[in-house]
Design a protein around this ligand. Sequence first.
Ligand SMILES: *[C@@H]1O[C@H](CO)[C@@H](O)[C@H](O)[C@H]1NC(C)=O
Ligand SMILES: *[C@@H]1O[C@H](CO)[C@@H](O)[C@H](O)[C@H]1NC(C)=O
Length: 267
Amino acid sequence: MRLLLLLLLLALVAAAGAATPTPAAKPPAAAAAPPPPPDVMAAMSKGGCKAFADLIAASPEASSTYKSAAEGGVTVFCPSDDAVRAFMPRYKNLTADGKASLLLFHAVPVHYSLSSLKSNNGPMNTLATDGAAMNYNFTLQNQGDVVTIKTAASAGSPARVKATVLDKDPVAIYAIDSVVEPVELFKPVPAPAPAPAPVAAADAPKASKAAHRPAPTVADAPGPSASDDAPPEDRKKEAKKSAAAAGAPCVRWLVAVVAAASTLLLA
Ligand SMILES: *[C@@H]1O[C@H](CO)[C@@H](O)[C@H](O)[C@H]1NC(C)=O
Ligand SMILES: *[C@@H]1O[C@H](CO)[C@@H](O)[C@H](O)[C@H]1NC(C)=O
């Protein structure tokens, strides 16, 4: 009788052990996952556009858009470090929205190899394009063997493509020799027609974009209850904690069974 009870007890313990979920169960790896797109920021940094890559990294909106754009195909025109340095006083003058738009303005959501770039002329939409009011287009123009980019705000000195930093479908990165100025942020250079203040309009916060961006004060604050902003590592820990909490009743139940069985054995 005691042996039977003991065996029953062992079986119960074994069953409980088997039923306990393994916390580190990994989802099966996706078999047909495409190769990850090239790391745009790293490629820019290595290719003479470190200052520009750093500006993108400092703008949450710009960096997330650049990352997702890399998956669908993108061509980046990154101003060289010298060009960014020369532009910094004017860059610092922009609002956070203006900065993000300027950074996104330097990429188009299509992959262009150098040869396809050379066979293209005309206006191009950019990652900053958001409807007709925020058009953020520039004009690509091939002059002989030189690819240039200009807007009405920088018509006098178009940016020139100086080097291919990376051309690996779906991502192309070309270094250019100056920052391109969108008319949405900078007044057109030869200003004969005083158009109704495009600068003021561009400086106004964009409702749609602002809504997606966490308020900087919240993101910067080292608040104690930052579970929503917590990095993935912390979220995993939280998940494990709650999984452990869910397992607790099971342990209590097991203890009760063992206690009951011991009582029987001792009787
Ligand atoms: C910054 O903006 C102010 C106001 O629009 C302007 O007067 C000033 O010239 C700008 N500074 C630079 C460096 O662009
Ligand atoms: C480019 O942007 C300007 C300024 O917003 C706009 O007037 C023009 O129509 C745009 N061009 C194209 C082809 O979308």
